[in-house]
Write a protein that binds this ligand. Structure first.
Ligand SMILES: Nc1ncnc2c1ncn2[C@@H]1O[C@H](COP(=O)(O)OP(=O)(O)O)[C@@H](O)[C@H]1O
Ligand SMILES: [Mg+2]
Length: 344
C-alpha cells in the first residue's frame, strides 16, 4: 500500500498508481490528438489515483486548458456525481486569484471531465521533492496564498477536503516581490463518497493520508477547519521537508492523526523558531474547535513567528554577534546636492 507520492522518485514525473479504468500512463496514452468534448488532447501532464490531467486545446475558444478526466468508477458513483456537479458549480462561481478557474465541468460518453485554466509550472509536491524544505519566507508566501484561497472557499460554504501539495500549483510570479503565484485546485474531488482510503477495485491505494484531519478519519461532519488541519500539515512539510506524522503503515498513520501529538516543528528542522511550535499545535489540534478559526489567522501568526525567528537568527540583529560599527560609506559625488546636510 504505497502512498501516491512515495512511489515517485524525486524529480521524476509523477505517474503513480495507474487506475484500471484510466488510460495507461506514458507519453502516448492513446488519447493524444483525440478530441474529447471539444478539447484536443495534446499531452499528459500528470495523474493522481482518480484522474488523468492533460494539456489540451479548447477548439472553440482557441486557448490551452488543463483537461481532467475522472476515473469511470467515480461517474458510476451517484453520491460522487451529485457532489461533483454541485461543487464544480460552486467552485466555478468563486472568482479568486489563488483558485484555478474552472471553465467547464461535464460528462461525455460516461466520463466526467473538468476543463480549467492551464497553470504552467509545477505542483508543490514536485517542488518539495526537487528542492527539499523551502526557506521560511517562501514557505510563508505560499502558505498565505493557499490560506486566502481556502478562506474564500469557506466563505462560500465550500470545504476543500483534500488540501495537499499535489493540489497546490506553483506558477511563476509577477515580479521580485511576488516570485511565485500559487493556485489551489481540485475542490470537491475527494473520494469521501467512495470510501476514505479510496481502494480501487484492484485494492490499490490511491491517495495520501499525510494531510487528512481526524474528523475526516472518524467520519464526522467536516467544515472549513478540516482544511485548517490539512493546511497545517502541508505547511509543516514545506518548512521541514516531512509531514508531521510519519508511520510505517496507513493504520498507524490514521491513529497518529487522531491521537498522537504532532512533533514540535523546531525539533524537525533546526533553526526554526520554537514560537512556531505552539502555532502548529493549535492548527493541528485534534478537535476542530481548538484550531484557528480561519486559515489566514493561522498563517499570519506563523509568518510573524518565522519573521521574528529570522531576525534573531540574523547576525546583525540581536543574537550573540554585534552589529558592525563602521560608519556608512560616503555618498557618491552625484548625490552631494541631495545630501547637503552631510556637509559636503
Ligand atoms: N490546472 C492545471 N494546470 C496544470 N497542471 C495541472 C492542473 N491541474 C492538475 N495539474 C497537474 O496534474 C497533476 C495530477 O492531478 P490530479 O489528478 O489532481 O492528481 P493529484 O492527486 O496529484 O492531485 C497535478 O499534480 C498537477 O501537477
Ligand atoms: Mg489534484
Amino acid at each position: 500500500m504505497a502512498q501516491e507520492h512515495r512511489d515517485t522518485a524525486p524529480g521524476t514525473e509523477a505517474h503513480p498508481a495507474t487506475h484500471p479504468g484510466l488510460p495507461a500512463a506514458g507519453r502516448d496514452s492513446g488519447l493524444l490528438g483525440k478530441r474529447i468534448a471539444g478539447y484536443l488532447v495534446e499531452e499528459e501532464i500528470g495523474r493522481g489515483g482518480m484522474a488523468v490531467v492533460y494539456r489540451a486545446f479548447d477548439v472553440r475558444l482557441e486557448r490551452t486548458v488543463a483537461l481532467k478526466l475522472l476515473a469511470p468508477e467515480l461517474a458510476r458513483n451517484d453520491t460522487f456525481r451529485k457532489r461533483f456537479a454541485h461543487e464544480s458549480r460552486v467552485a466555478a462561481a468563486i472568482d479568486h486569484p489563488h483558485i484555478v478557474p474552472v471553465f467547464e465541468a461535464g460528462e461525455t460518453e460516461g466520463v466526467l471531465y473538468i476543463a480549467m485554466r492551464y497553470v504552467p509550472g509545477q505542483d508543490l509536491r514536485a517542488l518539495l521533492d526537487r528542492e527539499g524544505p523551502l526557506e521560511p519566507v517562501a514557505a510563508g508566501r505560499i502558505a498565505a496564498q493557499v490560506a486566502s484561497a481556502l478562506d474564500a472557499a469557506h466563505a462560500h460554504d465550500l470545504v476543500h477536503r483534500d488540501v495537499k501539495p499535489g493540489n497546490i500549483l506553483v506558477a511563476e510570479g509577477t515580479d521580485r516581490d511576488h516570485p511565485e503565484h500559487v493556485y489551489l485546485t481540485d475542490f470537491g474531488l475527494t473520494k469521501k463518497s467512495l470510501s476514505l482510503t479510496g481502494f480501487t477495485t484492484v485494492g490499490q491505494f490511491v491517495g495520501t493520508l499525510d494531510y487528512v484531519a481526524p474528523e475526516q478519519i472518524s467520519g464526522k461532519p467536516v467544515d472549513g477547519r478540516c482544511d485548517v488541519y490539512s493546511l497545517g500539515c502541508v505547511v509543516f512539510e514545506t518548512l521541514t521537508g516531512v509531514p508531521p506524522f510519519r508511520r510505517d503503515d496507513d493504520m498507524a498513520l490514521l491513529w497518529a492523526h487522531q491521537y498522537d501529538p504532532p512533533p514540535p516543528l523546531s525539533e524537525e528542522r533546526k533553526g526554526l523558531p520554537e514560537a512556531a511550535d505552539g502555532i502548529f499545535a493549535r492548527a493541528l489540534a485534534k478537535a476542530p474547535e481548538e484550531r484557528y478559526g480561519t486559515c489566514l489567522e493561522f498563517v499570519a501568526e506563523l509568518r510573524a513567528a518565522l519573521e521574528r525567528g529570522e531576525r534573531t537568527r540574523s547576525p546583525y540583529r540581536g543574537g550573540s554577534e554585534e552589529r558592525p560599527v563602521s560608519p556608512p560609506p560616503e555618498p557618491p559625488e552625484w548625490a552631494r546636492p541631495v545630501f547637503k546636510s552631510l556637509g559636503a
